[in-house]
Design a protein around this ligand. Structure first.
Ligand SMILES: [Zn+2]
Length: 312
């Protein structure tokens, strides 16, 4: 890592960690086991934790009056100084083989995250049986765990898939000019990991069936090539949301509020509203990467807003 990147890393770590000194990092105590959240025919959908971390409130909403934000968080019984988030990695078991949707944070992101490898081992899941790794997007907490601490593939027998827009965005020469400075380390990290896995990676377009019964759904906004995955089998489906919907209160009560972690906050809000509309109309269960562990829930319409209901 050169000096510039080290400085940027410091900026980002400060951004994420400001105001949280001394508080326990959430996620470290999450159980090291895989939870089966749905059974679709013969197909088992499970969630395992990559840990969790804390973010400043600025990361969850942008441009909202602080009083209004704090009142909402208080009413929901949530902390008003920081946002605690967990990382729910979805695993799909077909016979002996596993497909994993996002690869966790690895060892170089934030304290409290990067628990995926240890948790898979504790859960008795053999990493060599993971045959496909499919990414919703290339943010650190979804991509960086693809490579272990020795710079080798965490899943040696897996192929990788990512949307072609996402692949191109993070590797374009002008990516730094499209990101705020505190996100430059996201690009440096994405370039490093995407380069390391390039030979085993194929690109897809939204709308494509990327694997049997797994369809990529365009949900750009959080990042330019962000996708969700509709996972189906035996006539049943679950939508794996990635980071299109991230907060159990704000994303549902105020989907129109701009998120501080979306690359295009306006597009992110429009995508969120569209998805919530579809999820309530179709009564579709979903798994949110950052929703309360294990991330499974449904959305209910509540006037002009929505409400998150945990569980199937
Ligand atoms: Zn994320």
């Amino acid at each position: 890592m050169d000096d510039d990147k080290a400085v940027t890393l410091g900026v980002t770590r400060r951004f994420f960690l400001q105001g949280v000194a001394g508080s326990a990092v959430v996620g470290t105590a999450l159980p090291a086991r895989a939870v089966e959240v749905a059974k679709l025919g013969e197909r088992s959908i499970q969630v395992i934790s990559d840990g969790g971390f804390q973010m400043p409130l600025a990361a969850i909403s942008r441009g909202v009056a602080p009083d209004e934000l704090i009142a909402l968080l208080k009413a929901e019984g949530l902390p008003t100084d920081v946002s605690n988030t967990v990382l729910n990695v979805t695993l799909i078991k077909d016979g002996e083989d596993w497909t994993i949707l996002d690869a966790g944070s690895g060892n170089n992101f934030l304290p409290g995250s990067g628990k995926l490898a240890a948790n898979l081992e504790a859960a008795g899941i053999d990493k060599t049986k993971v045959k496909k790794v499919i990414f919703t997007h290339a943010h650190p907490d979804h991509l960086w765990g693809a490579i272990d601490e020795f710079d080798s593939d965490l899943f040696p027998n897996a192929s990788y898939q990512i949307s072609e827009t996402e692949w191109a965005f993070w590797q374009s020469p002008d990516v730094y000019s499209k990101l705020p400075e505190d996100r430059h380390m996201f690009a440096a990290g994405a370039q490093r990991i995407l380069k390391a896995i390039a030979e085993k990676t194929t690109r897809f377009k939204p709308g494509q069936e990327v694997a049997p019964g797994i369809v990529a759904i365009d949900s750009a906004g959080h990042t330019p090539g962000h996708v969700c995955f509709a996972v189906s089998s035996g006539g049943k489906s679950v939508l794996v949301l990635g980071d299109a919907i991230t907060h159990k209160a704000i994303s549902f009560l105020h989907p129109e509020w701009k998120s501080g972690s979306d690359t295009d906050a306006e597009m992110g809000a429009a995508t969120r509203k569209k998805l919530l509309d579809q999820l309530t109309t179709d009564k579709l269960p979903f798994i949110g990467y950052h929703l309360p562990s294990p991330g499974l829930g449904r959305a209910e319409k509540n006037g002009n807003a929505y409400r998150f209901v945990a569980g199937a």
